[in-house]
Design a protein around this ligand. Sequence first.
Ligand SMILES: Cc1cc2nc3c(=O)[nH]c(=O)nc-3n(C[C@H](O)[C@H](O)[C@H](O)COP(=O)(O)O)c2cc1C
Length: 219
Amino acid sequence: MKRRDFLKLSAAAALTGMAAACGAAPSASASFAPAASSAASTPASSAASSAAASSGAGTGRTLVACYSATGHTAAVAGYIADATGADLFLLQPVDPYTDEELDYNDSGSRVSQEHADPSLQTVELEAVTPEGWADYDTVFVGCPIWWGRAGWPVNGFVTGNDFSGKRVIPFCTSASSGLGSSAENLAQLAGSGDWQEGMRFSASASESDVAEWLAGLAL
Ligand SMILES: Cc1cc2nc3c(=O)[nH]c(=O)nc-3n(C[C@H](O)[C@H](O)[C@H](O)COP(=O)(O)O)c2cc1C
């Protein structure tokens, strides 16, 4: 199966596959938030207006939205969803990154070129808004750290939704870098929502690392 086909499988299959690929235990019981049909395969800008139109007081539900290129952040997202009973929404680029495209040691790779030229960092997502967006009071937003900042494929989700009235909890995984100003940058990009202090996990974070963090949050 081609990598592109693989990444177009359902979010559940994608998470299981990615978690397995990186040696993490796949999420056992996380449920998955389907994309709002009007937002699927549409650019962030058009999804934003439909999301804004449907925003409002939530009904106490929690969402874990996550971009993960190689599965580490997706594993953490799965742990959060399992522990909190949240729905999981995996962000998938329309044009997924291949291993070669993710090679940051190659100055000619896709990711290196995007890093060098921010005008290339708009990554269209298969879906920007999950069904029932208005019902979520709490939204975890996860991504890997790329060059010391939030990996930009998550940006389409952040800019494409209205976070008004929602508590937003950012998290990331990285090899060694801290969260730095990534969370503040995402909050600024979003322009709405009550953004909380974020958390950085190592790429090999365990379920108990995540549980320990969650225990300290007033959820
Ligand atoms: C393009 C790229 C840039 C990266 N930049 C950093 C970095 O600046 N600091 C760091 O600690 N790790 C960096 N990493 C490592 C990732 O942050 C780390 O492997 C992360 O857990 C990957 O998450 P994912 O599997 O969800 O994509 C980078 C990885 C890639 C592919």
